[in-house]
Every structure is written in structure tokens, then in C-alpha cells.
Write a protein that binds this ligand. Structure first.
Ligand SMILES: NC(=O)C1=CN([C@@H]2O[C@H](COP(=O)(O)OP(=O)(O)OC[C@H]3O[C@@H](n4cnc5c(N)ncnc54)[C@H](OP(=O)(O)O)[C@@H]3O)[C@@H](O)[C@H]2O)C=CC1
Ligand SMILES: Nc1nc(=O)c2c([nH]1)NC[C@@H]1CN(c3ccc(C(=O)N[C@@H](CCC(=O)O)C(=O)O)cc3)C=[N+]21
Length: 296
């Protein structure tokens, strides 16, 4: 069997087009320009690439982009003061603090200082609680992007066995919540799980969010399963840097029914969902109707 490729790049472009349409409507009918503030502390090269790409796409959909680049040794008090200013700024509807933060900063404290209604990452404790109890919240971008791809491919996920490998707060746990919300039977695996290949073999939907290049092999996959590869790993091959996922693509694509590539799968969906969340946050802030299909 050769798997269908779930083209995240193409799907993300469609999501951004929908976002751009709604931005036009907000500007023309309501004189509101959605604004996204991105805060980057330090000079991690991968983070700089993401922040640049987020800024470019934010402007492309017609929103205002505010970038705040702070020195790696910025104090917690200074960072919290910036977040307080952004919380109070009516032109800012979404705030993203790029993770990971330098180790002298308490990321839980920093994230929880963001106004939850502007927390377009969905990492604030109150959004986590709202999602966990099935209430309206801001939904983390990467899991939201994965869910959009899955719903588009399957229609209905009810009753399917889903395995999420990885239990981080930013991907694994919220992904499991969303799949549970769509009535999958959900298993969360992690570094202490016994016999990971056997757990994965039971999955109709397998989400890999681990951070280990090509860990999930074709023989871990149930024939016909849908495989979502969240991993972004930079490896050296033939003297060049290459981006690979957590799934061994070539062997997995022989067995799976559908699979996301890396690059061009989940990554572009993450950024599209960040823009979608910013529009959603803007609509909620102004008491306006939210666009259809841009959140769960
Ligand atoms: N495409 C995108 O938009 C995004 C991609 N990513 C990528 O996704 C990957 C995961 O990110 P993130 O969740 O932040 O990573 P974390 O490092 O926070 O979490 C990794 C998880 O994988 C588990 N794990 C590690 N090794 C193994 C193993 N050998 N077997 C089973 N489980 C294991 C860990 O288990 P334990 O808890 O027991 O330690 C942990 O729960 C990374 O490659 C990251 O770059 C992340 C965000 C967005
Ligand atoms: N507060 C916060 N929110 C995040 O959402 C967040 C974060 N911090 N820290 C880092 C991770 C990682 N992440 C990615 C986003 C886009 C791509 C992406 O667009 N990837 C492209 C390739 C990009 C490249 O070539 O490097 C692709 O997969 O096709 C990848 C990874 C968001 N994250």
C-alpha cells in the first residue's frame, strides 16, 4: 500500500485564505484590524526562523504584526512588564511568547501572565482547563492543525483508536484532549511506555510528537492507519542539514493509509492556526460572530 499524502502546506494556504477573508471583513465592516504580538527572548536560530515566518504570514493575511525581540539575559520582571503592556494594548488581540524560554525564566509564570483571551497559543492554565472540560477556549495551534487535517481526511473520528506518542503540554496532552473530544479511544504513550511498537500497532490514528528523528518505523503501523508526524528534527546528512519528522517516512508510507510529510505537513498548519486563533480572539474581544471552521 502507498499512503495518501496529507498536504499540510496546501491545506494551510486554504486556512490562511479564509483568515484573510475574515480580516478584510473585520477591517471594512467593523474598522478592526486583528493584531498579533510575538515575543522572542534570546537568539535561538530555529526560533528566529519561526518568528520571521510568522511575522511574514501575519502581514500577508492583512493583520498587524508586532515583534518584540529581547536579549537572552532579559529579567523576568522586564518580560512580565512587556506582557502587561501587551495585555492592556487594544491593538493587540493575540500574544505569543516563543518557547522554550532561557532557563532563568519561569515559563509557567510567564505564560500564565498572558491575558487568557489573548493567549493564541492556548497554553494559559485557564485555556487548558476550558479545553479539558469541553468549554470554549483558545486551542493550541499544533494540535488544532492536526485535528483539522484528520477531520478533513476522515470526516468523523468517532470510535477510532488514537495513539498520541508524547505528553508535552504544548502538543501531546492537548492533542489527546481534542481526539477525546471527537470521541476517539485515546492512548497517550511516552518515554516510560512499555512496548511502544505494540501500542502504536493498535492505532487507527497515530500522532508522533516526540522529537526523535525517524523513531516510528513502518512495522509499528497498522495497515491503512493515518499517521500525523509532528516532529521537527534537524539532522546532518551528506554535509547538509535536513529536516525530518519523528516517523521514518519511507517505511511508514508503505503501510499507512495516509501520512503527513515533514516538511510540508503539520508545521505550516501550526502557523495557519495561530493566525486563525488571532482572528477568533479578535472576534471574541469585539463581541462579533466568529468565522466558521477556524476552531473546534
Ligand atoms: N510541527 C510543529 O508545528 C511543531 C513541532 N514540534 C516538534 O514536535 C516534537 C515534540 O515536541 P514537544 O512536544 O514540544 O517535545 P517535548 O520534548 O516537550 O516532549 C517529547 C515527548 O516525547 C516523549 N518521548 C521522548 N522520547 C521518547 C521515546 N523514546 N519513546 C516514547 N516517547 C518519548 C517524552 O516522554 P516523557 O514525557 O516521558 O519524557 C515527551 O512526552 C519535536 O520534534 C518538536 O520540534 C513541536 C511543536 C510544534
Ligand atoms: N509559543 C510557542 N508556540 C509555538 O507554536 C511554538 C513555539 N512556541 N516554539 C517552537 C514550536 C515549533 N513550532 C513550529 C511552527 C512552524 C513550523 C513550520 O512551519 N515548519 C515547516 C518547515 C520550517 C523550516 O524549514 O524550518 C514545515 O514543517 O514545513 C515548525 C515548528 C511552533 N512552536
Amino acid at each position: 500500500m502507498t499512503a495518501t499524502i496529507l498536504d499540510g502546506k496546501e491545506f494551510a494556504a486554504r486556512v490562511r485564505a479564509k483568515v484573510a477573508d475574515h480580516v478584510t471583513l473585520l477591517k471594512e465592516k467593523h474598522s478592526v484590524t486583528p493584531g498579533l504580538a510575538v515575543v522572542l527572548v534570546g537568539e535561538d536560530p530555529a526560533s528566529q526562523v519561526y518568528v520571521r515566518s510568522k511575522g511574514k504570514l501575519t502581514v500577508e493575511v492583512g493583520m498587524a504584526s508586532f515583534e518584540h525581540k529581547l536579549d537572552a539575559d532579559t529579567s523576568e520582571a522586564d518580560l512580565l512588564a512587556l506582557i502587561a503592556r501587551l495585555n492592556a494594548d487594544p491593538e493587540v488581540h493575540g500574544i505569543l511568547v516563543q518557547l522554550p524560554l532561557p532557563s532563568h525564566l519561569d515559563s509557567d509564570l510567564v505564560i500564565n501572565s498572558i491575558d487568557p483571551s489573548k493567549d493564541v497559543d492556548g497554553f494559559h492554565i485557564s485555556n487548558v482547563g476550558l479545553l479539558g472540560t469541553g468549554q470554549k477556549s483558545m486551542v493550541p495551534c499544533t494540535p488544532l492543525g492536526c485535528l483539522m487535517l484528520l477531520r478533513d481526511h476522515h470526516g468523523n473520528l468517532s470510535g477510532l483508536n488514537a495513539v498520541v506518542v508524547g505528553r508535552s503540554n504544548i502538543v501531546g496532552k492537548p492533542m489527546a484532549q481534542l481526539l477525546l473530544g471527537d470521541s476517539c479511544t485515546v492512548t497517550i504513550a511516552h518515554s516510560r511506555s512499555k512496548d511502544l511498537p505494540a501500542i502504536c500497532q493498535g492505532a487507527d490514528i497515530l500522532v508522533a510528537a516526540v522529537g526523535r528523528a525517524a523513531m516510528v518505523r513502518g512495522d509499528w503501523i497498522k495497515p491503512g492507519a493515518t499517521v500525523i508526524d509532528v516532529g521537527i528534527n534537524r539532522i546532518e546528512r551528506d554535509g547538509k542539514t535536513k529536516l525530518v519528522g519523528d516517523v521514518h517516512f519511507d517505511s511508514a508510507a508503505q503501510v499507512a493509509g495516509a501520512i503527513t510529510p515533514v516538511p510540508g505537513g503539520v508545521g505550516p498548519m501550526t502557523i495557519a492556526c495561530l493566525l486563525a486563533n488571532t482572528v477568533t480572539a479578535t472576534c471574541r474581544a469585539h463581541g462579533l460572530a466568529e468565522p466558521e471552521g477556524l476552531t473546534v
